[in-house]
Design a protein. Structure first.
Length: 272
């Protein structure tokens, strides 16, 4: 298991790769500046660039102060100084790169990635580019953006194919991406299965509602047949009343017929 490198090159004992992937060392430690060559270069340019070093030097002072704070694990204060350095010298690769490291140590991976990306166009040095892309990949890994992390590590390896830590992280990112894709596939299958079950439940519910509605309509029809006809009277009651009326009429008719017979007997027909 690789450990995260601090800015001065020491290993952080308690930082596992799952939490903090290896940060690359500070540029000045990987590629020391040749002071004599730099001095000769400055003499050669002379006053042609005499107006440039003032602000750059102030920015470099902030970077150096930030480095001291960084090495004491005071990452928040170091980040402030690196930002000040960038305000004074926006083309400072060291300030942008070191700001990314300070933000990364605070687990502010999104802003760290932004700082690393800002540093990329500020250098043409292959080693610096490799280390910067490496740390971009680290920031993306901590955000579980494994596919983009692979691209960053690939760019780092193109700049420096001999970087073992980047090769290790590349392989790890590829494995994590495969795991993520398998998990996404399982989740998708589970979601599809759940959707089918939901649709089945919905169909069953609709069928149940339809059956209930049919039963309600059937019950209503039965009730309508038993509903009273015009005054709150059921068909059975109406039939009974009609039969009673018919019987009364028959009885009246019988009485009338009997009266006619009696009158005929009392008044016989006359002989003319």
């Amino acid at each position: 298991m690789k450990r995260a490198c601090s800015k001065n090159g020491n290993k952080d004992i308690n930082s596992s790769m799952h939490v903090l992937l290896p940060l690359q060392k500070k540029m000045s430690e990987i590629k020391p500046t040749n002071y004599l060559r730099m001095k000769s270069f400055c003499i050669l340019l002379g006053c042609m660039v005499s107006f440039l070093p003032v602000m750059a030097q102030k920015g470099n002072n902030d970077v150096r102060k930030g480095n001291k704070l960084y090495n004491t694990l005071n990452y928040d204060a170091a980040a402030i100084l690196y930002k000040e350095a960038l305000k004074k010298n926006q083309k400072s690769f060291d300030a942008a790169y070191d700001l990314g490291n300070a933000l990364y140590r605070q687990k502010n991976y999104k802003e760290a990635m932004s700082a690393y990306q800002k540093a990329l166009p500020l250098t043409q040095d292959k080693i610096q580019l490799a280390h910067d892309f490496h740390n971009v990949g680290n920031a993306l890994m901590n955000q579980k953006q494994y596919e983009d992390a692979l691209k960053a590590y690939r760019s780092a390896l193109l700049a420096n194919p001999n970087d073992d830590e980047t090769r290790f992280n590349y392989a790890y990112a590829a494995e994590m991406l495969k795991h993520q894709q398998n998990k996404d596939k399982q989740n998708k299958n589970q979601q599809n299965k759940q959707n089918k079950q939901d649709q089945k439940n919905q169909q069953n519910k609709q069928n149940q509602n339809g059956n209930n509605k049919n039963n309600q309509n059937k019950n209503k029809q039965n009730q309508d047949q038993q509903q009273p006809q015009g005054g709150g009277m059921s068909k059975q009651n109406a039939d009974q009343i009609l039969n009673a009326i018919q019987q009364e009429e028959n009885q009246v008719q019988d009485k009338i017929n009997q009266q006619r017979v009696q009158m005929h007997e009392q008044n016989p027909a006359k002989d003319w």
